[in-house]
Write a protein that binds this ligand. Structure first.
Ligand code: GUN
Length: 310
């Protein structure tokens, strides 16, 4: 259904269709959101905060707000100048924390200049920390506490993985390449919670190809274009490519670029059992899970259990 047979360019692997899976999640969020509003009057509310004028961040934040509006959520975007001082940003966070119409707060990262992302994230009340970056949420995830707000990209990757393995992840060997707070570390926790045997690899890992070759599941989240090669992949493994790297594409014309992942797709697709493309794999899941997390926060605010998405 969500996963389509491969094209002739990648003879073996299933091409994991993140757009179709994300559409399924969004549909469920929309339905559960309508029910929440009908039964309690609570309209889920997302606040996005963008500091500065980075064009990529502007596009991401606008698409998040647009999706929330499409779902009938309340959506508020706050755009601050790049030279905003920390006190002003913390003041805005305090207002959003206190605003009963806002259930989730997303501060787009990275922050420009000297702004301290850690202090800003810690100022968000954990219940509204939709990125799951507050130390309380990090601790809840690590200790298996169901109240954790789970970071959106890792949560989306887990849905793709459960689909690919029909839910049977227990006992599989997983290698996560990358140890960021936003992706690598939380996805390792989620895989561990599914009883995978988890290795977190990073820039200092010795003989990374050999480490990756042992894995049934490979999650690449390093931000290095096409670093993971086809001959690193165990035949039949599932490859989740979190990378989004823009590289020059002179074949498309002067000054043109194209988007590639952290995995050399064509090579890996010839060996893997299933693989996410870039674009169209993990990316759409992130925004879907942002909506899911916003609904989760709104349900909890209304004193209701959170739905399970997948
Ligand atoms: N910048 C890139 N990805 C993300 C994300 O998932 N959340 C936030 N807050 N900023 C980002």
């Amino acid at each position: 259904m969500a996963n389509e047979p491969s094209s002739s360019a990648d003879p073996q692997a299933i091409r994991v269709d993140g757009r179709a899976t994300a559409a399924r999640v969004v549909e469920q969020v929309a339905e559960d959101g309508r029910r929440l509003t009908a039964e309690t009057g609570v309209v889920p509310g997302l606040a996005t905060v963008l500091v500065g004028d980075d064009p990529g961040s502007q596009v991401y934040v606008a698409s998040k707000g647009k999706k929330a509006t499409e779902l009938g959520f309340h959506s508020a975007q706050h755009t601050l100048a790049a030279d905003t001082d920390e006190a002003a940003l913390l003041d805005l966070i305090a207002q959003l924390n206190a605003d009963p119409a806002i259930h989730s707060i997303l501060v787009q990262l990275p922050l420009p200049g000297d702004l301290d992302a850690k202090r800003v994230i810690e100022a968000i009340v954990p219940e509204k920390d939709v990125d799951g970056l507050h130390p309380i949420n990090v601790g809840r995830l690590a200790s298996g506490d169901r109240r954790a707000m789970v970071p959106c990209t890792p949560a989306g990757c887990m849905i793709l993985l459960r689909d690919a393995w029909d839910g049977a992840l227990s006992g599989l060997s997983a290698v996560v390449i990358g140890r960021s707070n936003l992706v690598g570390k939380p996805i390792a926790q989620l895989l561990l919670a599914e009883n995978c045997t988890v290795t977190i690899a990073h820039s200092r890992t010795r003989d990374l190809p050999a480490v990756v070759r042992g894995a049934d599941i490979v999650v690449a989240a390093v931000g290095r274009p096409e670093m993971v090669r086809g001959d690193w992949i165990k035949p039949g493994a599932t490859v989740i490519d979190v990378g989004m790297n823009r590289i020059p594409a002179p074949e498309r014309g002067e000054g043109k670029t194209r988007l590639v992942g952290d995995v050399a797709y064509a090579e890996a697709a010839a060996v893997a059992g299933a693989i996410t493309p870039v674009p169209g794999g993990v990316g759409p899941m992130t925004i879907a899970m942002l909506m899911a997390n916003t609904l989760t926060a709104a349900c909890r605010h209304a004193g209701r259990g959170a739905p399970i998405f997948g």
